[in-house]
Ligand binder design. Structure first.
Ligand SMILES: [Zn+2]
Ligand SMILES: [Zn+2]
Length: 254
């Protein structure tokens, strides 16, 4: 199994792309602006999209993906998300005003996309792979995902502040290999992090203190332009975990 990082920034600016991961060319996890760099043929190969939550840096390219390569696709795009996320996307995005409701167009029998609600803890099996929704605590309902090849698991936190249930879930993953977790705000902005449901380096250190498994620690979703400051704080707070910033374009083989 391959996990390619299409976008891992907390914002835009220059070469930065927002959150999207591509698993084996067929599965996208989140649909931020990183997705927009794929060739049309690559877009057409995506059969499943798993969304962590509604925010545009994670979903903004979903409506565009739905019809970008529709004529190359033989079947609907299968979109997995929490019921609350699906309801919000229907009401606010695919509402016939911002974008057509491609869950019923061009026809109800053969729409461009189909929604599949999932709940925290639920696993979706796709071939040998299993994608499991993990708990998160954000400003809107959200999940993280465990992407399990069968041999090893890559975990993506989505957007979350310190969430004890997330760290408990990590401790239960016997083949945990990589943890890609957000560290959006600097410690000085801890009040903003608390209000908006994001991490700081010091919150990350609190979570890591409860983790009982070794893991490759990858930092993502830092504020545009503050990546170096953020990484310096993460390194100071969690040095023994040897964290590093995850890189746009890099691929993990699991
Ligand atoms: Zn968010
Ligand atoms: Zn975000």
């Amino acid at each position: 199994m391959q996990v390619k990082i299409l976008g891992c920034s907390g914002g835009i600016g220059g070469a930065r792309r927002t959150m999207s991961l591509l698993v084996d060319d067929e599965i996208a996890i989140d649909a931020g602006s990183g997705l927009g760099d794929l060739a049309l043929e690559q877009m057409a190969r995506i059969d499943h999209v798993f969304l962590t939550h509604t925010h545009l840096d994670h979903t903004g390219f979903l409506p565009l993906l739905a019809d970008a390569a529709a004529y190359l696709r033989q079947r609907p795009l299968e979109v997995h998300a929490q019921a609350q996320t699906i309801a919000a996307l229907r009401e606010h995005m695919l509402n016939g005003i911002l974008w057509p409701d491609y869950s019923v167009k061009p026809s109800r029998e053969n729409p461009y996309l189909r929604f599949h609600p999932l709940t925290v803890g639920q696993a979706v099996a796709l071939g040998e792979r299993r994608i499991t929704a993990l708990p998160a605590l954000h400003a809107v309902p959200g999940v993280g995902y465990r992407i399990d090849s069968g041999a090893a698991s890559f975990v993506y936190s989505g957007d979350t502040t310190l969430c004890p249930a997330f760290w408990e879930a990590l401790n239960a993953i016997d083949n945990l290999a990589c943890l890609m977790i957000e560290a959006t705000f600097l410690n000085a902005n801890r009040h903003v992090a608390a209000e908006s449901g994001h991490m700081t380096a010091e919150l990350l250190a609190q979570g890591l203190a409860t983790l009982r498994r070794p893991v490759q620690l990858l930092i993502a979703h830092m504020e545009s332009g503050r990546e170096q400051e953020s990484m310096a704080e993460v390194l100071a707070a969690a040095e023994k975990w040897q964290p590093r910033a995850v890189l746009q374009g890099e691929t993990f083989v699991l």
